[in-house]
Ligand binder design. Structure first.
Ligand code: ADP
Ligand code: MG
Length: 435
């Protein structure tokens, strides 16, 4: 048994609760057997017995077993076509074993009549144990091969869902964008991964860490925490901050973890554009650096000092060429034009200005489209678009095990709006029409 589950195995109350959850999951997933009292009726079924935790198997042996399976298929198929070998090998057995003799009689008879079958279907299961040597090494050793009625393939494909810990989606109480989130929940459910929606408040009331910093929510172990809340200050009460800390201290994979959230701040974006910084963060990858830098707009620090003073002077001299941004997400926080000028005048001589960054204002070429929203008449207006590309990656320790792009989002809004996304009621969903 895995050492990391040791603490649960020792805590009787927690063990009971985790077991209760696992049994419900097994029933829900269809990991079932008929009862021994009425094996020909499904009126009463119960869960097929299973371990509470997956057991450790050396990955090299698992890979070896998979790799050799097609070889065993070939071997079984070769044996089945070699009547001389079968006859020679089984001759002594069939003299003493009636059952094998009976099978062999049928074999001889169909051979004599000529085999009518032209298509041959094998469904084998080769079984192994892990031979442990005195030196501590383990080896894959075959127990037997089953060529008839190899069972439990059906239930075995459902048991991973029983052992999988859940994804905890940190959700807001009021959420208009629920269907965007449901789409993800359903996609995961199709892969037998269950999502539980909880608020920060639920986490602070009923979430807990075990001594190995495994995260539990209502008795279920959480593998992944996915935040759809907690990206702006108004979403944090003192209780919610505590919940965030609890989640962060756990060994669950947070999406994002706190460092990754900080990496997405506008201040970091601005610093990354500084000459030479990408080269320091991504050493030895000049092509990557060049591709990244090609997409950077002008970004300026407003930290106290000459550089910040100069940026402010330039923005005040040509306000329409700049955007002033605080460290906020969610749209509607940026300042443009006259509002930006007023704020810059106010902030100019205070340390507070360092909490903002200044950015070159991007000027896309406007085009005509019709933005549809409930309650408004269809009307052609001048528009600009913003393209988003989704990226996903998984790092295990220090090794990046997955890194890919996974789709795009095009949002389009009328040129009259400087700021704001779809949720803010400004932009609408769109699709790129490549030209
Ligand atoms: P948020 O985190 O609030 O989404 P953004 O930096 O994405 O902040 O800005 C919000 C919106 O403001 C963007 O969707 C875009 O419409 C507009 N905007 C932001 N920066 C610029 C810019 N440099 N030039 C032109 N428009 C911008
Ligand atoms: Mg944005």
């Amino acid at each position: 048994m895995a050492a990391s589950w040791g603490s649960i195995l020792q805590d009787e109350k927690q063990l009971e609760e985790v077991a209760r959850q696992a049994i419900d999951r097994a029933l829900a997933e269809g990991v079932l057997l008929r009862s021994s009292q009425s094996p020909s009726s499904s009126d009463v079924v119960t869960y097929a017995p299973f371990t509470l935790f997956p057991s450790l198997v050396p990955s090299a042996l698992l890979e070896q077993a998979y790799a050799v399976q097609t070889d065993f298929n070939i071997l079984v198929d070769a044996v089945s076509q070699n009547s001389a070998f079968l006859e020679r090998t089984l001759s002594s057995t069939i003299k003493k074993d009636d059952y094998t003799a009976h099978l062999f009689d049928i074999y001889k008879q169909v051979l004599k009549e000529g085999i009518a079958q032209t298509v041959f279907l094998g469904l084998n299961r080769s079984d192994y144990m892990f031979q442990c040597s005195a030196d501590g090494s383990t080896a894959l050793k075959q127990i037997e091969i089953n060529t008839i009625s190899a069972s439990f393939g059906g239930l075995a494909s459902r048991t991973p869902a029983v052992h999988r810990a859940v994804v905890l989606l940190i959700a807001q109480e009021k959420e208009r964008n629920i269907f965007d989130q449901r789409a993800i929940e359903n996609e995961l459910l199709d892969r037998s991964i269950h999502v539980i929606r909880r608020r920060f408040e639920d986490v602070s009331e009923r979430g807990s860490l075990d001594p190995n910093r495994r995260l539990f929510m209502d008795g279920q172990e959480v593998a992944v925490v996915y935040f759809r809340d907690g990206y702006m200050p108004s979403q944090y009460s003192p209780q919610n901050w505590e919940a965030r800390l609890l989640l962060e201290r756990s060994c669950a994979a947070k999406c994002p973890d706190i460092a990754t959230q900080l990496a997405g701040t506008k201040k970091v974006q601005q610093e990354l554009s500084r000459v030479g910084l990408l080269e320091v963060l991504l050493p030895g990858q000049p092509e990557v650096v060049a591709r990244l830098r090609a997409t950077f707009a002008g970004l300026y620090s407003l930290d106290m000092g000459e550089e910040g003073d100069q940026a402010i002077a330039e923005a005040l001299a040509a306000p329409s060429h700049f955007v002033l941004k605080p460290q906020r997400e969610g749209g509607g926080n940026n300042l443009y034009g006259e509002e930006m000028v007023q704020t810059l005048e106010q902030l100019k001589d205070s340390e507070e200005r360092a909490s903002y960054i200044l950015m070159e204002k991007i000027e896309p070429e406007p085009f005509e489209n019709c933005l549809l929203r409930p309650g408004s008449p269809a009307q052609v207006v001048q528009c600009i678009s913003e393209l988003g590309i989704f990226g996903v990656y998984v790092r295990q320790g220090t090794t990046l095990v997955m890194n890919k792009h996974v789709g795009h989002l095009l949002r389009t809004k009328a040129t009259e709006h400087a700021d704001g996304g779809v949720a803010a009621g400004v932009a609408v969903l769109d699709n790129p029409y490549p030209v």
